[in-house]
Design a protein around this ligand. Structure first.
Ligand code: NAG
Ligand code: NAG
Ligand code: NAG
Length: 324
């Protein structure tokens, strides 16, 4: 049972996910970091540990400039892992945190695959599953970076769907995730039970139309506040506008991020633009992302969408900013 989670990739080129699942090598990882002198910067590997899966799961991949074994927990920010190892060398912090961030993304994609496998085993037709936010690498990078900000404790999202974004928040170490879901697809319930088992006590779903459920929830529990608000529900103008307005009441006034997904879609874009034009929100950044179900390490050693897997028509953007 435990062994199937210990995947050691012998070469970055193997990182095509369909391959990954059938890799024959399974090794337990050596976690004896304490025996490695801090000046032994050789080409090593990063081990990413993931808890919440019954056992403490570890995954690893090659890392240029890392010590022979560098342990990073998926819910620790890559910068902190790098600082712990590099002490005061800024060049080292830069390169190692980038490697660790990529290793975390690899681990997250594997977790997503486990969720997908569970849904498939439950008879869900994955071709018909909407959303799949984890297949947009650059969105995932942004979402994970924001979720790991030291002041983010609670994430609220409209649009749970098949649970990939909730999984990302939870795996990133967010203490509490509150999800509002319409519940139009039977697979949502299957994903909810899978996540609840692994992250019990940190995850809650409110079923129903968010235009009603968000204000109702807020009225009942006005002290519940969110440090990161993710708008990814109905993509029509009225729905996106309503979600933006209702989530406003739930923001944590001392610290929050606002994320709006799929701002490439006309009605969402219009809702977001109008909301900003009314002076109610400010945009910090727009991140565009290719869709690809496969990843690889490209010629410059960075994790990237695999060119063969990219579907150009599905390129999509996410905006982040804050309520003002
Ligand atoms: C799965 O869903 C896709 C897309 O909706 C559909 O084309 C396909 O026929 C479905 N497969 C099965 C086995 O139902
Ligand atoms: C708001 O967020 C901060 C952390 O950034 C936290 O300390 C505080 O408890 C939060 N307030 C509420 C009401 O949740
Ligand atoms: C490699 O991937 C990174 C991150 O996705 C990207 O910024 C970079 O341009 C890519 N380099 C090449 C040569 O494709």
């Amino acid at each position: 049972m435990l062994n199937k989670f210990f995947l050691v990739l012998t070469s970055p080129q193997l990182l095509l996910f369909p391959f990954l699942l059938t890799l024959p090598q399974t090794h337990a990882l050596d976690s004896s970091t304490s025996t490695i002198p801090s000046d032994s910067v050789v080409s090593g590997r990063v081990s990413v540990q993931i808890s919440g899966f019954g056992d403490d799961v570890a995954r690893s991949h090659d890392c240029q400039g890392c010590p022979s074994t560098l342990i990073s927990h998926i819910d620790e920010s890559p910068l902190l892992t790098a600082e712990r190892f590099c002490s005061s060398d800024p060049g080292c912090v830069d390169s190692v945190s980038k490697e660790v961030a990529d290793a975390h993304l690899v681990a997250f994609y594997q977790l997503s695959t486990e969720l997908d496998d569970h849904l498939k085993a439950e008879g869900v037709n994955m071709t018909a599953v909407e959303g799949k936010s984890h297949t947009y690498l650059d969105k995932v990078r942004l979402m994970k970076r924001l979720a790991q900000h030291e002041e983010v404790y609670t994430v609220c999202e409209v649009g749970f769907n098949a649970g990939h974004s909730a999984l990302l928040w939870l795996a990133s170490g967010v203490r509490r995730v509150l999800s509002f879901e319409l519940g139009q697809y039977p697979y949502s319930a299957k994903a909810i039970s899978w996540l609840s088992k692994r992250y019990s006590g940190r995850f809650q779903v409110v079923m129903g139309d968010s235009l009603e459920s968000v204000p109702a929830f807020h009225k009942m529990w006005p002290e519940e506040r969110c440090n990161l608000l993710f708008v990814d529900g109905g993509h029509r103008y009225q729905h996106a506008t309503g979600d933006l307005e209702n989530f406003r009441q739930m923001r944590n006034e001392s610290f929050h991020f606002l994320l709006v997904d799929d701002t490439n879609q006309a009605e969402v874009a219009m809702a977001w633009r109008d909301y900003k034009d009314r002076g109610l929100a400010r945009e910090e950044e727009v991140v565009w992302s290719d869709y690809s179900e496969d990843l690889y390490f490209n010629s410059t050693g960075s994790l990237a969408p695999h060119p063969d897997g990219i579907i150009h028509e599905w390129r999509s953007s996410i905006s982040y900013g804050l309520y003002v």
